[in-house]
Ligand binder design. Structure first.
Ligand SMILES: Nc1ncnc2c1ncn2[C@@H]1O[C@H](COP(=O)(O)OP(=O)(O)OP(=O)(O)O)[C@@H](O)[C@H]1O
Ligand SMILES: [Mg+2]
Length: 638
């Protein structure tokens, strides 16, 4: 299309140009020439008429000399039949007419001898010439001619000229069209080639007519060498692009590593505090267990005669209390270990629907030891919408803010300072998390630089200045933002605002469970190479569900061949056959039960198990397993 309009326009332009040129040259000729020719033809006609008149005058002198009227009239009659003469008169030297033909006007005045004259009189051209006789006296021959006869000649000439100009115009246009076509063809070819090359077909350059010896050939050769250079440049560009892509990927990898490294630095820094945090609940778990053990000893012994009535019930009540506290302590340890595990994990920022309190609690569990030295930690958790985020990365953000808050507080004045972690729903429906401290505040000149990488006011070895910059990167990637309010000497508030997770579809209904064999209660097969783990599940859930244990995947498969279970709870990492291998076998043999497997993990991942866990869409529980959560997963729906 482009080619057509290009060549057309070139050709059309040439045609128009040549047409205009011909018209410009011909028009003045056609306008001026008739006027010019009129004058020319006039003189030419005058001379011609005078010539005719002279010729006749030469024949008329005898009649004049002899005053022979008959002869004179015969002469005029002859004259009148030729040359387009309208009337004629031969006058004597005294002006009296000797002879008249065809009724000439009466006022014919003779001329002075020797005078010739041409005049327009009453629509005719009247020519008078002297007729010289033998006497000294001259007569006059007056002849009137029809001007229409005379004008016919120049008109004819003009017609020829106009036709010639018209022809010249047509020939000019045809020539211009032809030249346009000849000139446009190599250009069109070059355009075609350029277009094909633009669409990536470099073989198109073979169609260039470089062997031609004219300008078109020179153009094609120039075009060809330009293409060769273009091709080279394109190769260079492609190489550079590939390098750039690699560098970009490298940069992204580095950024990812930086995020993980920052998390590890935090974990490293907090290690002592975390150890302390674990040791605290561990201390009372252990104390309580010791107490339980010592309390149980007299209880299991046969009652002695002097025992107080009701003493046994009291002791049992205290044992129950101690057990509850030990459970609480174990829960706290579980939470801390979960936090630690999350923080040292190399996640790829995978996002899930979660409540901000989950990563916030993980971060608080990690930072609690650090904060306790300097402030009282206050939790103000309000309702928040779920967000679509990576739990690990959000926890990293909150941990950075909590450690910054702790760093802004002096040590040893924990009774006068608070660090408040709060959550709420923003007016626009977003999830808002605030970390507020009553510390030093931020100097106005530093506020602009807070989020710059490597900006720190902390001594070397304490801060790298990456915490807020990385946190901002994480929050922005989730579509959120961080706001800061601070007053020097009074404290700071860091506010993380995250968009709510989009509404998700109602989860599909679970496939119907295969009917349990035997009793009507829910049945669970626990597969774990650690026999004590299976036993613990049996003890904890045995009163509510039918619990069977297996210490290897192969023994579990053997059991499944003879018995039916609604749920299988299986460890991911086992020595003989791993969880993923067990699942593959289940899928092959009993696909219905394969869909209902619940995996659990202590976190010791091999790469194969890691990649399985990353794609596993079913339930995956962390050890130690939260029994209530497990109960909810396997309890039959009401
Ligand atoms: N709550 C706060 N109160 C006072 N100053 C703060 C607070 N949070 C951050 N800052 C200031 O912002 C600076 C940058 O914080 P950022 O978390 O980016 O780095 P850092 O804490 O110095 O080092 P890193 O987090 O890498 O260990 C801090 O050095 C500190 O001066
Ligand atoms: Mg920091």
């Amino acid at each position: 299309m482009a080619t057509w309009s290009f060549s057309t326009s070139l050709r059309a332009r040439l045609v128009v140009f040549v047409g205009l040129l011909v018209v410009a040259l011909a028009a003045p000729l056609l306008v001026l020439l008739p006027a010019k020719m009129d004058g020319l033809s006039q003189r030419w006609a005058d001379r011609r008429l005078i010539g005719i008149a002279r010729l006749q005058a030469a024949r008329a002198w005898i009649a004049l000399d002899t005053d022979d009227q008959v002869e004179a009239e015969a002469l005029l009659r002859n004259l009148g039949s030729a040359h387009g003469v309208l009337w004629a008169a031969l006058l004597r030297p005294d002006g009296s007419p000797l002879a008249r033909w065809n009724d000439p006007p009466g006022d014919l005045v003779p001329f002075h001898p020797g005078e010739e004259r041409v005049e327009h009189q009453g629509g005719a051209i009247v020519v008078r010439v002297p007729v010289r006789g033998r006497t000294e006296q001259n007569g006059t021959l007056a002849l009137a001619f029809d001007p229409a006869e005379l004008r016919a000649r120049p008109r004819e000439t003009l017609l020829w000229m106009t036709t010639g100009a018209g022809l010249a115009l047509l020939i000019g246009i045809a020539a211009a069209y032809l030249i346009g076509t000849i000139v446009a063809r190599p250009l069109r070819q070059a355009t075609d080639v350029a277009e094909r090359i633009a669409s990536g077909d470099f073989t198109a350059s073979n169609d260039l007519q470089t062997s031609r010896r004219d300008e078109a050939g020179a153009l094609a050769r120039a075009f060809e060498s330009m293409l060769a250079r273009l091709y080279e440049q394109q190769l260079v560009l492609a190489r550079k692009n590939a390098q750039l892509g690699e560098q970009l990927a490298e940069l992204r990898r580095t950024q990812e590593q930086l995020v993980v490294a920052d998390r590890r630095v935090s974990v490293g820094r907090l290690a002592a505090g975390v150890a302390h945090e674990v040791n605290n609940p561990l201390a009372y778990v252990r104390a309580n267990l010791e107490f339980i053990a010592s309390s149980l000893t007299p209880l299991v012994q046969p009652r002695a005669a002097g025992d107080e009535p009701g003493g046994r019930e009291d002791s049992l009540e205290r044992v129950k209390q101690a057990l509850a506290e030990a459970c609480q302590g174990a829960d706290r340890i579980r939470q801390i270990v979960h936090g630690l595990k999350s923080f040292s994990r190399d996640d790829d920022g995978r996002r899930e629907r979660l409540h901000v309190t989950t990563p916030l609690e993980a971060a608080i569990a990690m930072a609690a030891g650090e904060i306790r030295q300097r402030a009282r930690l206050v939790r103000l958790f309000g309702e928040t919408p779920p967000v679509d985020a990576s739990e690990v990365r959000l926890a990293q953000v909150f941990l950075n803010l909590l450690i910054n808050a702790a760093d802004a507080l002096p040590e040893g004045a924990s009774d006068r300072h608070t660090v408040t972690a709060s959550t709420r729903t923003g007016t626009d429906g977003s999830a808002v998390v605030e970390v507020q401290d009553t510390g030093s505040g931020i100097a106005p000149e530093n506020r602009e630089k807070l989020f710059q990488a490597f900006f720190t006011t902390k001594p070397a070895g304490v801060g790298t200045g990456l915490g807020l910059s990385i946190s901002q990167g994480i929050v922005r990637a989730l579509g959120g933002r961080i706001e800061v309010e601070s007053e020097v000497g009074r404290g700071s508030t860091f506010r993380v605002i995250l968009p709510p997770a989009p509404e998700t579809a109602v989860p599909a209904e679970k496939p119907a469970a295969p009917p349990a064999r035997g009793c009507g209660t829910t049945s669970l097969l626990v597969v774990d190479d650690e026999a004590l783990v299976g036993k613990a599940f049996e003890r904890a859930l045995g009163s509510e569900f039918r619990v069977v244990t297996a210490t290897s995947a192969s023994s579990a498969l053997a059991r499944l061949a003879t018995d039916r279970f609604q749920h299988v709870l299986c460890d991911l990492a086992m020595p003989d056959m791993s969880g993923p291998m067990f699942h593959a076998e289940l899928k092959r043999r009993w696909p219905a039960i394969a869909d209902r497997v619940i995996f659990m993990t202590g976190g010791a991942f091999t790469p194969a198990i890691q990649s399985f866990a990353a794609t596993w869409t079913g339930a995956l529980l962390q050890k130690p397993v939260d029994m209530d959560h497990l109960r909810r997963l396997i309890a039959p729906e009401a």
